[in-house]
Design a protein around this ligand. Sequence first.
Ligand code: 5GP
Length: 191
Amino acid sequence: MKALEDKIRAEGKILPGPVLKVSSFLNHQMDSDFIMELGRALAERFREDGATKILTIESSGIAIAVAAGAALHVPVLFAKKHRTSNVSGMLYQTLVHSYTHGTDYTVVVEREYLKADDRVLIIDDFLANGKAVEGLLDLASQAGAKVVGAGIVIEKGFQEGGEKLRADGLRVESLAIIDSMDENGIVFRES
Ligand code: 5GP
């Protein structure tokens, strides 16, 4: 998506990790009009897939998931970070490794909001090594729900997540795929 690539080039900052900081429009301050546009663009790619629910992960996925949910007129469920890993009969839970913090954390959803007859569209802001999406796939699978695909705003194509998830048969759609980013600049994959 050209407008997204232009905005990343103009406002993105590359940090060690490598982490792309897009705090001016996506991860801290949010450009509400642009986020709605991104959400609509993701929704378009899955318009025919009959999603009944969007599933994302707290906290950076929520805004974009709501934007996509509004475009598809479906509810948005976000996996919540949870302090303990005690198994509760009311919850589905899974362990996720955080790329940006380097730690593991448990996320949960209440069973009553994720059902076997749901068709789930996973949405997140970034795809790096795929751990966040894998955690959401695990939650959907515990519920017996079908996952129609994953919609990502920015995929870091030089990390393994996208390739691995696609090889496992998941449809992954990303609005921008970065093939490399360093002091020489950011190279986007041709779409
Ligand atoms: P993964 O689980 O695919 O390794 O990483 C995806 C998650 O880590 C996303 O939910 C996102 O919050 C965070 N993340 C990964 N890479 C980046 C990055 O380069 N920039 C930002 N802002 N977040 C990232």
